[in-house]
Design a protein around this ligand. Structure first.
Ligand code: AMP
Length: 301
């Protein structure tokens, strides 16, 4: 399988009601890539400054992630994002965003990345996603993520991007913001008229929903008590979803979609059990499969 992700790499400062961590590894591409790596190889395209630590390249190499598409900008500073979670650990406020090298990022895909079959445009400027797509030939499946920031400041580029993708993954509130609809299902169906053939709406602790013209599937969130840091859960969900679909040869039949939703949910549930990549580093695919079996027993009726 060849699964390619293009997105941000960040040093995050995260504050929860009980703890604070400064300058820990984050970003949409790393969370996606690590989550997807439990299902097969991943190619990552991103940008960092010369404050990037070689130990992170090693960490991804160990996971089978090809990092040759990460551009290191000399004298540049890696993107910084800082967020604070409220008491419920679900809602968060962005405290600070310093785009740094991400602000002028023009993705240049290595030659061997340009014929990847499965593409994920992780959270980043829609213009970056479009620039990447212009370098890709004959992909089987192109899926993108977006967020409120881009809906607000780059709507035109986002509308162009929506016409070039097969699927869109986004939060409940973002789906409503993008369409002006108050009901999640209505919002998802309206997004289908903007270009994508399917939409996956992430609803945090309420799970996720897949909507296409003729199908709707839902999956609850895994009930976990140990939520340490929810950062990266959305990208991890997408990584598990796409990683599983890619491992099944890109088939988008009902069974594959439902299993992909479940695997996305499982990987995300591990991600939130630690800061940054702490919990991921402790687990293997077999832990994910064990949790999946437990989950299946909980939801089957
Ligand atoms: P998630 O919790 O899955 O929504 O993703 C959180 C990650 O997104 C963090 O590690 C941030 O560094 C990254 N992030 C936050 N804002 C942006 C942005 N405007 N563009 C790209 N990545 C971002």
């Amino acid at each position: 399988m060849s699964l390619l992700v293009i997105g941000s790499t960040a040093y995050d400062t995260i504050e929860t009601p009980t703890a604070k961590r400064e300058n820990i590894l984050g970003g949409s591409a790393p969370f996606f890539a690590y989550a997807a790596s439990y299902f097969g190889g991943v190619q990552m395209v991103s940008v960092v400054g010369d404050d990037w630590l070689p130990e992170y390249t090693e960490m991804f190499a160990k996971q089978g992630v090809d990092t040759s598409g990460i551009e290191i900008v000399p004298d540049g500073k890696t993107f910084r994002w800082s967020g604070k979670y409220r008491e419920n650990m679900n809602d968060r406020d962005t405290i600070d965003t310093q785009l740094n090298v991400l602000g002028t990022f023009e993705p240049k895909l290595p030659e061997n990345f340009r014929r990847s079959q499965y593409i994920f445009l992780a959270n980043g400027a829609p213009s970056t996603g479009l620039a990447a797509l212009n370098q890709i030939q004959g992909a089987d499946l192109i899926v993108a993520d977006t967020m409120d920031l881009w809906i607000n400041i780059a709507r035109q580029d986002l509308d162009t991007l929506l016409k070039r993708i097969d699927g869109l993954v986004l939060n409940d509130s973002e789906a409503k913001m993008l369409t002006g609809e108050l009901n999640t299902v209505t919002a998802a169906k309206k997004i289908l008229t903007l270009g994508p053939k399917f939409v996956v709406v992430k609803k945090g602790e309420h799970g996720a929903m897949f909507v296409s013209e003729y199908e709707t599937y839902i999956v609850p969130a895994y009930p976990t008590e140990t939520v340490v840091d929810p950062t990266g859960a959305g990208d991890s969900f997408a990584g598990g979803f796409m990683g599983y679909v890619a491992s099944k040869g890109g088939a988008l039949d009902g069974e594959t979609i439902k299993n992909a939703l479940v695997y996305g949910t499982m990987v995300a549930s591990f991600c939130v059990e630690g800061f940054s990549f702490d919990r991921y580093k402790e687990i293997t695919r077999s832990d994910i499969d064990k949790r999946r079996e437990h989950f299946q027993r909980m939801v089957s009726f």
